[in-house]
Design a protein around this ligand. Structure first.
Ligand code: NAD
Length: 472
């Protein structure tokens, strides 16, 4: 077995010398943090071969021993939490405080423990006299975990902790924008695990493309954009890998008439602006009854204007920059287009270069039409379009008029009225009086172009297992 305590400082363990890797910048200042290894497709082949070789012995350890190891990993994530959070904050841009870096690292420990503690017994699905049919859950083999840059550590844990628990081995392909955060997390896992059980291959998009269709891969856990998800479906024709696809979202929220606006304002704000809006299941289009439209727009604008934004390591800040230039350009384009269409910019609306090159003000846009790209596309940034409606039927129809179906929310003091609307929304999760809250025991996944398959809880363990019927 391997060492279980960190022997050297975090950055030293995961970076390579200048000239041997790719420079990774602080998202806020663009200062170089360190150099990430650039693995090749040959490195990928070696990692997958090692994972295949290690898998039978790892599976043979059994659930109890694998769960014990996962709990030790969770303890170790907590022991190193502050260093992990500081690295994540610099590379990703998210502040230490608020629902950001420390929160993300804390969630890594919680989800790892949950994967260890969730029971999954064989299920008896038929019984008559002495005859029985049971469903057992075997490992699939090697899981490829491909993740995005917005919650890089937490999403990697969502993919790898259940996979390991079920007796699979894992090869992780981090986003090229946030490799160091994922390498640091995988380093914590790897030092508790036999060689080959988990490895990170930190290459560019070629490595991503090669991993999904690789003949040594049995399952792909993918979180990222819908466009890349489609490519992964194509790649899986080569190896028939099972897929879990957590793709983009354009979540609608509906505020029903007679809502207590002051009571919901904070939760509404964070449902939109969590991680500076760079969250798959954050609120991205808000429909408000015309009787309370101005009140909601103003409450959000006041919070947008008064919530501290800046460098993540400054303890005062809770909003940060866009993580990368491409995302900054997307957000700028969508806001410029909204302005050009005559929409009303009630708060923000501009880049904030005084804070750093990738900062964009927290922005609230009112009086915008349904066809505007800011409404139709996923903005993935600190901008919310707020749209007025006259009757609830119309709001439900407009909320459902989207290719995506990840999350949605309904806001009301009347729980029955909210549940009736929730039942009619097309989404994998509909929250009431909150948006985006996740629970490691509650299944999470999308419908429509937001993907298929579920993560978390028992459903998440089954998603990384091969069901096998034993019948007698
Ligand atoms: P992306 O699709 O550009 O990249 C995701 C990952 O796929 C990266 O690691 C990338 O290197 C890899 N990749 C690229 N081409 C590939 C290929 N051909 N085959 C295999 N892998 C390939 O997404 P992103 O920009 O990093 O992330 C933002 C998107 O992710 C948003 O749309 C967001 O909504 C979505 N997202 C969804 C969830 C969810 O749970 N549904 C969570 C977070 C983010």
């Amino acid at each position: 077995m391997t060492r279980t305590t960190a022997s050297r400082p975090l950055l030293e363990r995961i970076t390579v010398a200048e000239g041997e890797g790719r420079a990774i910048q602080d998202a806020a200042t663009r200062e170089v943090i360190g150099h990430a290894p650039v693995h090749t497709t040959e490195d990928l082949d070696r990692a997958i071969a090692a994972a295949r070789a290690a898998q039978p012995a790892w599976a043979a350890l059994g659930h109890a021993e694998r769960s014990r190891i996962l709990r030790a990993i969770a303890d170790d994530i907590e022991a190193e939490a502050e260093d992990l959070a500081r690295l994540l904050s610099r590379e990703q841009g998210k502040p230490l405080n608020g629902p950001n870096a420390r929160f993300e690292v804390g969630a890594c420990a919680v989800w790892t423990r949950n994967a260890a503690d969730t029971p999954l017994e064989p299920e008896v699905v038929f019984e008559a006299g002495a005859s029985r049919a049971e469903v057992h859950y075997d490992p699939l083999g090697v899981v490829a975990a491909i993740g995005p840059w917005n919650w890089p550590m937490m999403i990697t844990v969502w993919q790898i902790a259940p996979s390991l628990r079920m007796g699979n081995t894992v090869v992780v392909k981090p986003s090229e924008h946030t490799p160091l955060s994922v390498l640091a997390l995988v380093d914590v896992f790897a030092r508790h695990l036999p060689s080959g059980v988990v490895a990170a291959v930190s290459g560019d998009r070629e490595v991503g493309a090669a991993i999904a269709g690789h003949e040594g891969v049995d399952k792909v856990m993918f979180t990222g954009s819908t466009a890349t998800g489609r490519r992964i479906v194509e790649s899986s024709a080569q190896n028939l890998a099972r897929l879990t696809l957590e793709l983009g979202g354009n979540d609608a929220g509906i505020v029903l008439p007679d809502t207590d606006v002051a009571a919901i304002a904070q939760d509404l704000f964070w449902g939109i602006f969590i991680n500076t809006g760079q969250t798959c299941a954050s609120l991205k289009r808000l429909y408000v009854h015309e009787s309370q439209y101005e009140q909601v727009v103003q409450a959000l604008a006041d919070l947008a204007a008064s919530t501290p934004m800046g460098h993540g390591l400054d303890e005062a800040n809770v909003l940060g920059p866009l993580q990368n230039e491409t995302q900054f350009q997307i957000v700028s384009r969508l806001v410029d287009d909204a302005r050009a269409r005559g929409a009303r910019i009630v708060a923000g609306g501009h880049p904030a270069p005084a804070l750093g090159p990738l900062f964009f003000e927290a922005t609230v846009v009112a009086d915008i039409d349904d066809a505007a790209p800011l409404v139709v596309e996923e903005q993935f940034g600190p901008v919310i379009p707020v749209l007025a409606y006259t009757d609830v039927e119309e709001a439900v129809r407009r909320a459902n008029d989207s290719a995506q179906g990840l999350g949605a929310s309904v806001w009301s003091q009347d729980l029955d009225a909210a549940k009736a609307v929730a039942a009619r929304l097309q989404a994998g999760t509909v929250w009431i009086n909150q948006h985006g809250g996740l629970n490691p025991q509650v299944p999470f996944g999308g419908v429509k172009a937001s993907g298929y398959g579920q993560e978390f809880g028992v459903a998440g363990l089954k998603a990384v297992a091969a069901p096998k019927v034993i019948s007698y």
